[in-house]
Design a protein around this ligand. Structure first.
Ligand SMILES: [Zn+2]
Length: 521
């Protein structure tokens, strides 16, 4: 199924097509050339030829960050080329003959045209053929995500990634309904964007930059507030009549408040052409989106101003946006296969039910994941359907999105393992259930001290002051922090309701009410 047919297909047909593409990719690219998965499949006795249905596919292991963190390089596709086998320290297959023939014919016909020939004499085999192979397989770009653990887990891109999956997916920013809605403002090919994402090897920043070159779309990449002062950005935006913005929600909150101030004090004329902001890098609630709409209007934006949410992560190598406010993130089904699994059993849930987002790459080179557990709980699940707004068919992700398991956090300046924290309290005699809450001493003041509150539902008949002392002592011993408050609960039903309140599918043992940190990098 080619071109727009794929994105206009009936959901069931599109899903089937996505799955067929995935199976072909698994057999011809992942099994032979993916060091980690090749080994893992062999160890687990998985025969990819026997996988025909989605049920069969569910026998494949679900991969987590822990698997990836151990050896990130083993997740990069690495075929062995004749004479260069020693360069690859893993057991992978030799490059397929038909691919070698492809590079050979590309070299003969000079496709894609190689400009380096203007400036040097290329040798046929090493240079002309080798270059075509490198274009497909050589990692040329990396996004980091040191995360809270400090271990670098980069995702690698080859030129093929940029020019095949990314080039097609990037064009989604131009999506709009066939029948235009009066009063709505749609993206124009000539719109000018200001990119406020910090200039770092991070997906959000580079997605915006790479897109503009692939799309021929205008953007001014400020590099963020640390590179160009916010005040200056706002002046330029107003003076040059920019139309769109990309930003991290926490920085945009600051930016738009400054813009309102500048407008109200007469320093700037106003953000009179600002019609949309695309938010990325952090989650955003509907209340926050509404706040942004109100503030943008105060800063001079027209009534049709809107906030677009996005969803992505380093491992995914791409982030997905909404076609319009609140219609959900349109995940790409051609270059990814999407699943929503129950966070504990890892069994598929029904379409639209809450669960953890799991993805597989299709037709990528460089870093590749199959059945990667993002750890993101989508409360609204994924709906594979034709979008009521833009009319295209997509797996549509509905938020809000929560972290299923966060590994570490900083508390009172100390790095604390959350699974450890949970284990310590759960294992203490006399604890029936519990919840750990991180807050600030003064909730609204992000500079006040961290405040740790533990709610405990005790077993009946337990000596409460003894239990409190034991819990405090264990936490002090293992985590080197002291909780500020221990609250004993007595209404079990009410407590459990609150524990499962947010997502309804998983207990929330840890709640972090502190203002969100800026961006993981
Ligand atoms: Zn849509």
């Amino acid at each position: 199924m080619r071109g727009k047919m794929f994105y206009r297909a009936e959901p069931e047909i599109q899903k089937q097509e996505s799955f067929s593409r995935l199976l072909r990719y698994l057999k011809h690219y992942v099994e032979p050339y993916h060091p980690y998965l090749r080994k893992r499949f062999h160890e687990e006795g998985i025969d990819l030829n026997a996988i025909k249905s989605y049920d069969d596919f569910c026998r494949l292991p679900v991969i987590t960050k822990a698997d990836y963190r151990t050896d990130a390089r083993a997740f990069i596709l690495q075929p062995k080329f004749p004479g260069r086998e020693h360069q690859i320290p893993y057991d992978t297959a030799p490059i397929a003959r038909k691919m070698l023939l492809k590079y050979l014919s590309q070299a003969i016909f000079d496709v894609p045209h190689d400009f380096s020939g203007y400036f040097r004499k290329n040798k046929f085999k090493e240079d002309k053929v080798g270059r075509r192979a490198a274009w497909e397989w050589l990692p040329i770009h990396f996004h980091g995500s040191a995360g809270t653990t400090g271990d670098p887990t980069p995702a690698a891109y080859t030129a093929y990634d940029i020019w095949v999956p990314i080039r097609e997916m990037a064009h989604f920013v131009f999506s709009r309904p066939d029948k235009l809605v009066p009063g709505h403002r749609y993206v124009q090919f000539t719109d000018r964007l200001m990119n406020l994402f910090p200039g770092m090897p991070h997906l959000a920043f580079f997605q915006t930059v790479i897109s503009k070159f692939l799309l021929g779309m205008s953007s001014f990449d400020t590099g963020g507030g640390n590179i160009m002062p916010t005040q200056k950005q706002i002046e330029i935006f107003s003076k040059q009549n920019f139309q769109g913005l990309t930003a991290i929600p926490s920085y945009f909150a600051y930016w738009i408040r400054q813009a309102v101030q500048a407008k109200e004090s007469g320093q700037i004329d106003g953000l009179n052409d600002l019609y949309a902001v695309v938010l990325g890098g952090e989650g955003v609630s509907s209340t926050l989106k509404q706040y942004f709409r109100d503030m943008a209007k105060r800063a001079g934006a027209p009534d049709y101003f809107h906030c677009i949410e996005s969803y992505g992560m380093t491992e995914m190598k791409w982030a997905f946006i909404e076609c319009y406010d609140d219609y959900g993130m349109h995940l790409n089904p051609k270059f990814f296969f999407w699943e929503v699994l129950h966070p504990e059993t890892l069994k598929p849930v029904s379409d639209g039910d809450p669960g953890v987002v799991v993805f597989s790459h299709i037709d990528w080179r460089g870093t590749v994941f199959i059945r990667y557990n993002t750890g993101d709980l989508a409360a609204g699940g994924i709906h594979w359907k034709r979008c009521e707004y833009c009319g295209n068919t997509f797996p549509i992700l509905k938020g809000p999105i929560y972290r299923a398991v966060k590994d570490f956090t900083k508390l009172k300046g100390t790095r604390v393992s959350l699974p450890e924290f949970i284990r310590i309290i759960r294992d203490e005699q006399g604890v029936r259930n519990f919840q750990i809450i991180f807050d600030k001493e003064t909730h609204d003041d992000e500079f006040s001290r961290d405040w740790v509150r533990i709610r405990i539902l005790p077993e009946r008949g337990v000596d409460l002051s003894d239990l409190e002392n034991r819990v405090k002592k264990q936490i002090k011993t293992y985590l080197e922090i002291t909780p500020n408050e221990i609250i004993f609960e007595s209404d079990e039903e009410k407590f459990n309701r609150e524990l499962f309140a947010k997502v309804g599918i998983k207990a929330e043992y840890v709640i972090d009410l502190r203002p969100q940190p800026k961006m993981e990098h």
